[in-house]
Design a protein around this ligand. Structure first.
Ligand code: PHE
Length: 445
């Protein structure tokens, strides 16, 4: 069990806040055309995803099981367990490419501290290209990140994560605020703010932007793959489930928005900056330029990438915990065996993502519609399709199979107050599933 209500919020926030907020969100905003993406993203978070967030916690706390066990216990002798199995696969799939980018953050701790990235935009971009094309370095860093993740959950996931996140979050938010203030006061920042805040509504009907925003919302909230079912299963009955969920959603969204206030003003202060063409390298190319404008920039840079690596670690822990706890519960594996076998398997799967950024030509350039390279392809499959489809099935399950009365009973267990149960019921029955179905189907047409 988590130690307290705050303990759960911290653990779930540790899962939610990570590369998705600081790397993924600005990258997607850049590719999705700026403010209009932000707007769609916010609608997705609050009207489509937040109700599913609550639903995952209901399934977890109500069953005290991981995703497969939760579906089995609420719908025995049915095929619903397959949705749980999809969740477990999703954990491994996401972790396989997530660990590669997490490895980049480790390298950038060193690069920024040592000042080896060069001074101007061309040099910083060239340094990024040369580094990601180094296959051996990328494989090594991915392995290190996975091994550290494995080491952290060998003794179980609840041991230290609440405490780590409790210290990490204030530090991360504090540093992001300082950087945002610096970014906004750079010459040329106002153009970046306009791009970030003033929507170009002509892209509102672009279904690629809609699917990208929906997928990003799921990814950032750790939603649609059972991480929150698993974390919910460790939640105490007396803690207010829905209110805790909303706190995590708000915190996660605030941190993503804050990252945008750093990246876009800084980006637009650099000559010839084009947010849409930078792709996954965006933050690694823009941020070093920001650190260069600060006194003690090397220190700020290193501190930033240390905190980002820690935030990524509290997310990879939750990604790995889903398949690990599944193998422990369903196959009775000892924890040690589950952790190391799954880590090794994930590493094998991560090899093409680690080598697909310049090291191996065939993995590095794929059609743009397929994500551009292998890593982009993985992100497309898992984030844009698997997570929303998982979320769709979870919402259908809670609304129509488990049923609202039972679900609301879990929300209001032990006298917990939640003033929006009716609104939640409406959203989970009609809004979340319908919106996801429309967006996914139309993205194929
Ligand atoms: N939400 C995490 C992030 O934003 C990533 C993640 C996705 C973690 C799915 C767990 C499950 O970095």
């Amino acid at each position: 069990m988590w130690g307290s209500k705050i303990g759960f919020i911290m653990a779930a926030a540790g899962s939610a806040v990570g590369l998705g907020n600081i790397w993924g969100f600005p990258t997607q905003v850049g590719q999705g055309g700026g403010a209009v993406f932000v707007l769609i993203y916010l609608v997705c978070v609050f009207f489509v995803c937040a109700p599913i967030f609550i639903s995952e916690l209901i399934l977890g706390r109500g069953s005290k099981k991981g995703p497969v066990g939760a579906f089995e216990s609420f719908a025995p002798q049915s095929a619903w367990w397959i949705v749980g199995a999809l969740c477990v696969l999703c954990g491994v799939g996401i972790l396989s490419f997530y660990a590669v980018i997490a490895g980049w953050t480790l390298a950038y701790i060193y690069f920024t501290a040592a000042g080896t990235l060069g001074g101007n935009a061309q040099e910083v971009a060239a340094a990024f290209g040369a580094f990601t094309a180094n296959g051996a370095a990328n494989l090594g860093l991915t392995a290190v990140f996975l091994a550290v993740t494995a080491g952290c959950i060998l003794g179980g996931v609840r041991a230290g994560i609440e405490r780590v996140t409790k210290t990490l979050m204030p530090l991360l938010i504090g540093l992001l605020l300082v950087l945002a203030v610096r970014a906004i006061t750079l010459p040329g920042a106002s153009e970046g703010l306009r791009y970030y805040l003033r929507p170009d509504f002509s892209r509102l009907t672009d279904f690629n932007v809609l699917t990208a925003a929906l997928g990003q919302a799921f990814f950032s909230l750790s939603l649609g793959m059972g991480a929150l079912i698993t974390y919910g299963s460790y939640m105490r009955k007396q803690d207010n489930l829905a209110v805790s969920a909303l706190w995590v959603v708000l915190l996660d969204t605030a941190i993503a928005l804050l990252a945008g206030f750093i990246i876009f003003p800084t980006g637009f202060s650099i000559e010839g900056f084009d947010p849409s063409s930078s792709g996954p390298g965006l933050i690694f190319q823009v941020l070093p330029q920001l650190f260069a404008t600060l006194p003690g920039g090397a220190l700020f840079g290193a501190a930033f990438f240390i905190l980002l690596a820690m935030a990524a670690l509290t997310s990879t822990i939750s990604l790995l915990e889903v398949p690990v706890s599944h193998c422990i519960d369903e196959y009775r594996w000892p924890r040690k065996k589950a952790v190391w076998l799954l880590t090794a398997g994930t590493f094998l799967l991560s090899i093409p993502s680690a080598l697909g950024n310049g090291a191996v030509g065939r993995l590095s350039s794929m059609p743009a519609a397929l994500g551009g390279n292998f890593l982009g392809f993985m992100a497309l499959v898992w984030n844009q399709y698997a997570l929303p489809i998982g979320g769709l099935l979870i919402s259908i399950f809670v609304a129509y199979r488990l049923g609202l009365p039972k679900a609301i009973q879990e929300i209001t267990a032990e006298g917990a107050q939640f003033p929006y149960t009716n609104l939640w019921g409406f959203l989970i029955r009609f809004v979340s599933p319908v919106a996801i179905a429309i967006i996914i189907i139309s993205s194929f047409l």
